[in-house]
Write a protein that binds this ligand. Structure first.
Ligand code: UGA
Length: 439
């Protein structure tokens, strides 16, 4: 049984730590945030992630998972130390690596024998080698350690499942000793014959950024096609279906709408843009993705304006705030830009409901009315925007909704409904990329 120290109990650290405990490792998750550790020690989970609470509880009960604020003791008592701290974006798109490097210094301070230091936070290429340099500079010449880059590919909302049954594991490792230890850490995945890509540190780091940039490219590409569909009377859902059946293209991430958000895709693309630019290369595709995606929330409000003439004095409802369903995460959520624009355009009121993200939305301080459910949102509204495709918004009682609305205008930012169905119920309906052919 390996002893693992997971530094950082944010999204990545908590999911990875508890899943590694489930794999049979003895895991100590540590964080300098005392409130977070106190919550975890009380059986609470600071983030919303399906399946995580049970996973944590089960492994705490089994004695394989513990939480503490004592980073030094946890490092000393471990064979493998994972760095899973935040890597926020700076104004210029570069990644703030302060927390990663601070942790590297702490690890160096408590290095009491050979350990593998694994960089798990998503970082620009070159960071893991820099972590090694910084540790080396602080320890005595005979102190042994290896660094590894092991990027995560978890999706919020299905992170536990993604960790337990990944498409692949990428490990940047440059010593046999560390490679053997990483194989032990992930033993159950080896038994399941999960593909493992063993590579250099830089290649592992870039594989992560390239994967997210490619997913964002697929989304942005279909959103561009959606705009063209509207101009030529074609239907983007069918175009995506027709494209996706080609095995070389694949059907996933071709869902048109108000664009991607979250803490990963936008940040990683900005970071890649910054990295390439700083090395003298203009990353054309990456820049175009950012430009296109940033304009989509405004496009959604423009669609509302087409139906209402003007937003001023109108009451608008938002169904969903989180950047995608099954998460309470609002980072880079299109809903934030949409609400800001509605308020800038002097909407009389913005009524909102999200099953789990409303508490987080309050932090924005934006002047909205928090409602109990979709029908409460719709009450007295001149326009309704479906922004996050939570399951409960997929089967709305449309006559009930229409009855309580002042004007039956519906902007479907995720193409959940079929235009003719909404129109049959008397809604004026707008969505993305469902052009109407001129006959
Ligand atoms: C993404 C990647 O999918 C993960 O593999 C990666 O590990 C993670 O980033 C990360 O770097 O940590 P995540 O941000 O949780 O995961 O969410 P996704 O499911 O990828 O969705 C991203 C955004 O794209 C959402 O706003 C979603 O609504 C949007 N999207 C997705 C579309 O607009 N259309 C689609 O067809 C698919």
């Amino acid at each position: 049984m390996l002893r693992v120290c997971m530094i950082g109990t944010g999204y990545v650290g908590l999911v990875s730590g508890s899943c590694l405990a489930d794999f049979g490792n003895a895991v100590q998750c540590v964080d300098i945030n005392e409130d977070t550790i106190a919550t975890l020690n009380d059986g609470g989970i600071p983030i919303y992630e399906p399946g995580l609470k049970d996973m944590v509880a089960r492994n705490v009960r089994s004695g394989r998972l513990a939480f503490s604020t004592n980073v030094g003791d946890a490092v000393k008592a471990s064979d493998v130390v994972f760095i899973a701290v935040g890597t926020p974006a700076q104004e210029d798109g570069a990644t703030n690596l302060t927390y990663v490097f601070d942790v590297a210094e702490t690890i160096a301070e408590f290095l009491n024998g050979y350990k593998v230091v694994v960089q798990k936070s998503t970082v620009p290429v070159g960071t893991t080698r820099e972590v090694a340099r910084r540790i080396k500079a602080k320890v005595s010449a005979d102190t042994e350690f290896d660094v590894v880059s092991n990027p995560e590919f978890l999706r919020e909302g299905s992170a536990v499942e993604d960790f337990l049954r990944p498409n692949r594991v990428v490990i940047g490792v440059e010593s046999d000793r560390a490679e053997q230890i990483m194989k032990q850490v992930y033993r159950p995945l080896y038994l399941l014959e999960t593909p493992v890509v063993l590579t250099t540190l830089e290649t592992a780091e870039l594989t992560k950024h390239a994967s997210n940039a490619f997913l964002a490219t697929k989304i942005s590409f279909i959103n561009e096609i959606a705009a063209i569909c509207e101009l030529v009377g074609a239907n983007v859902d069918d175009v995506a279906k027709g494209m996706g059946l080609d095995g070389r293209i694949g059907p996933k991430f071709l869902h048109a709408g108000v664009g991607f958000g979250g803490s990963c895709l936008p940040k990683d693309i900005s970071s890649l843009n910054h990295l390439a630019t700083s090395r003298g290369y203009v990353p054309h595709i990456v820049r175009a993705i950012l430009e296109l995606n940033n304009g989509l929330p405004d496009r959604a409000v423009d669609k509302l304006t087409i139906e209402l003439g003007s937003i001023e004095g109108k009451t608008i409802g938002l169904l969903g705030l989180a950047f995608k369903p099954n998460t309470d995460d609002l980072r880079e959520a299109p809903a934030i830009r949409i609400v800001k624009r509605l308020l800038e355009e002097k909407a009389a009121a913005v009524r909102v409901f999200d099953p789990v993200a409303m508490e987080n939305f309050k932090i924005t301080g934006l002047d909205v009315v928090y409602c109990k459910n979709a029908y409460d949102v719709a009450d007295g509204c001149d326009g309704l925007m479906l922004v996050t495709e939570w399951n409960e918004f997929r089967q709305l009682d449309l006559p009930r909704l229409k009855k309580v609305m002042n004007e039956a205008v519906f902007v479907d930012c995720r193409n959940v409904y079929k235009p003719d169905r909404l129109e049959a119920y008397g809604f004026r309906y707008q969505s993305f990329g469902r052009g109407v052919a001129e006959t």
